[in-house]
Design a protein around this ligand. Structure first.
Ligand SMILES: NC(=O)c1ccc[n+]([C@@H]2O[C@H](COP(=O)([O-])OP(=O)(O)OC[C@H]3O[C@@H](n4cnc5c(N)ncnc54)[C@H](O)[C@@H]3O)[C@@H](O)[C@H]2O)c1
Length: 305
């Protein structure tokens, strides 16, 4: 199968490309390298450096390649940036995706697999772990944009029969993560400590559900043959607070770093933890990597860099 991966030079996209290639799929990548990097690109994939906002340029790729399936990872992923500049976020995360959806219909794509967010789509909720039937109440323009694409997917399915799968990730971490992302706290902490800096923690008792990128890549590949036009959380259902993450990472550095605690940013979600029952039942996926194993792997990757 020939698969287009947008954002295939980025963090989650590149791990997914590696696994697709391991599974003998042919992969074509579109990435503008705004936050991704050439080093992440699997040499067996065909790479087009292009911006999704340029319809004609992206269409050239569809004309050239006979694409069957699309994984769409390319996005503006910084939640705070989306709050500061909602219009730019909507251009990147809504309009660029509509370019791709229009091309998906025009070129008869069999399946559109969309990277959504569980971390930012549900907002603060009493239902923990949160499942997919919980009413979405995003607290940021980023979450609103992701939810809006989920609604557009339903429209494209009803109007044009475009098959889709939505994957709502919790906070993904692991090798190759850029420290400027939505859920980059683990990358930020490693980055600061490897650069010999103390760090600032805003709040600290807020919890997140940290899922290892290798497990996320497996979930993405498991979704390939799915045909229910369904949304799935991809998570661990385990809550870990930020202070605990700091203490765990500091151990790799013989506890020599200090954290300066500041007040939690206004509007920041207090708790996030997602149920993965649906994907376990329907796609036979469960997370396999514990937080300690995942942190070990991430630490080793930083050491080798
Ligand atoms: N990292 C997380 O914890 C997390 C959680 C939930 C959802 N997601 C979603 O997963 C997807 C991948 O996230 P990531 O963490 O790998 O981010 P990333 O920044 O590492 O990857 C995004 C990639 O898209 C490329 N890109 C961005 N804008 C583009 C454009 N206009 N045209 C072409 N390429 C463009 C970037 O260069 C980068 O390689 C995103 O859609 C993100 O919203 C991530």
């Amino acid at each position: 199968m020939k698969i287009l991966v947008t954002g295939g030079a980025g963090f989650i996209g590149s791990h997914t490309v590696d696994l697709l290639i391991e599974n003998n799929h042919e992969v074509v990548i579109i990435d503008n390298l705004s936050s991704g990097s050439r080093q992440n690109i699997n040499h067996k994939a065909k790479f087009y450096q292009a911006n999704l906002n340029n319809f004609e340029e992206v269409e050239k790729v569809f004309k050239q390649e006979n694409i069957n399936v699309i994984y769409h990872f390319a996005a503006q992923i910084n939640v705070r940036e989306s709050v500061n500049n909602p219009i730019n976020d909507a251009k990147e995360n809504i309009l660029n995706t509509l370019n791709l959806l229009e091309l998906a219909v025009k070129y008869n794509i069999k399946h559109f697999i969309f990277s959504s967010t569980g971390g930012a789509i549900y907002g603060d909720t009493m239902q923990l772990p949160t499942n997919e039937t919980t009413k979405e109440k995003p607290q940021s323009p980023y979450g609103c944009a992701k939810l809006s694409i989920e609604k557009y997917l339903n429209f494209y399915n009803k109007a044009y029969n475009l098959r889709y799968t939505i994957l709502r990730y919790s906070n993904v971490y692991g090798p190759r993560q850029n420290p400027h992302g939505e859920a980059g706290v683990i990358a930020i902490f490693f980055n600061q400590m490897f650069n010999n800096n103390d760090l600032t923690i805003y709040g600290g008792i807020q919890t997140r559900d940290f899922v290892y990128v290798g497990d996320v890549a497996r979930a993405n590949v498991a979704a390939l043959y799915e045909n229910k036009n369904q949304e799935y959380n991809v998570a661990t259902s385990i809550e870990t607070d930020i202070i605990e993450i700091f203490l765990k990472i500091n151990k790799y550095f013989k506890n020599r770093f200090k954290a300066d605690y500041k007040e939690i940013s206004r509007g920041e979600q207090k708790r996030s933890c997602l149920s993965y029952e649906r994907i376990k039942k329907e796609l036979n996926w469960s997370p396999l990597t514990s937080i300690n194993e995942g942190l070990d792997k991430t630490y080793c990757w930083y050491l080798k860099r």
